[in-house]
Design a protein around this ligand. Sequence first.
Ligand code: A3P
Length: 346
Amino acid sequence: MASTDMQKENDGEKLTLSLQKEKSWAQPYPLYLFQDFWCPGIHIQAVDLFQQHFRAKQSDVVVASFPKSGTIWIKALAFAISNHQRFSLENHPLLTSNPHELVPFLEFTFGGGDIQAQILHLDNLAEPRIFGTHTPFPSLPTSTKESNCKIIYICRDPFDNFVSAWTYFNKVKPLSLTAVTQDEAFEMYCNGVIDYGPWWSHMLGYWNESVARPDKVMFLKYEDLKENTSFHVKKIGEFLGCPFTEEEEKNGVIEGIIKLCSFEKMKDLEVNKSGVIGRGSIEKKNFFRKGEKGDWVNYFTPPMVEKLSKVVEEKLSGSGLSFKKKFWDCWLVRVLPPTQRQSLWF
Ligand code: A3P
């Protein structure tokens, strides 16, 4: 191992020495309670470096999300919207690159190597620079919080978020590792123990900032985006300062972007079906599962519904943020066996 890598590993270990620790759902590394969030052990040093060295620009766009809330979708949309006058839909970078490649995670921009060279590289990227992050709002670098750069945040109904996380972690876990059981994962989720959790404080950090500074933070829910994508695409364009002209609307640019970034289209692209990403350990196909809202009815038992409903109510109460369910969403789960629930969904 090169001496700089060894130095980094030692620095990472030093950072975790006094931190509370929990096991991860399905990874060999533990989660550490770092700056009040459960940071995956392998990300702590990267988050620390990004906090210290990242210099935001006023024109930056940051796509923030709680994991398994539709990050890849909102990355694709933000990229396509902010570049809608630059790229034609027929020859678009999203057809040949995965959204995580086009909109890299800030946490991993200082992964290794020469920090000064990385800062220079980031400074020289074409503007607007678009980055993703799972880091909670209070832990973003000061320059990101205080500059006028724009933040688009996406979160998801915790019921579906749990199912998406549970199924995902099971797929990506190393073969040699036994994942926690669904019951254990559910218990941990209800206690906020999940990568970048607790999910409620993650959501509330961005929610409160979006209420205080709506011109800086745009807060989106996966369910709303799914229900009326066109409305939100227009809003994102306005928020980012690149609104669609009447002519563009008439010419179907918004519809084209929605189609390009749709679950069906993205899941089917060769660039998203094969290959790996990150440190080479995650297969890109794992970012696409069902892409629906309401899949939780196929996984939740009545006691689970009751328990998570209570946690959501308790943690979000008084904040103005809610994930309302229709009465019969919960009724269905009580009366139907799992095999019949999906067929009666809406
Ligand atoms: P499901 O597991 O419920 O299918 P993230 O990108 O934050 O990891 O979120 C992953 C979730 O977003 C998965 O949800 C995935 O299927 C869904 N997803 C991926 N691409 C999508 C798209 N273009 N539109 C809607 N949902 C999408």
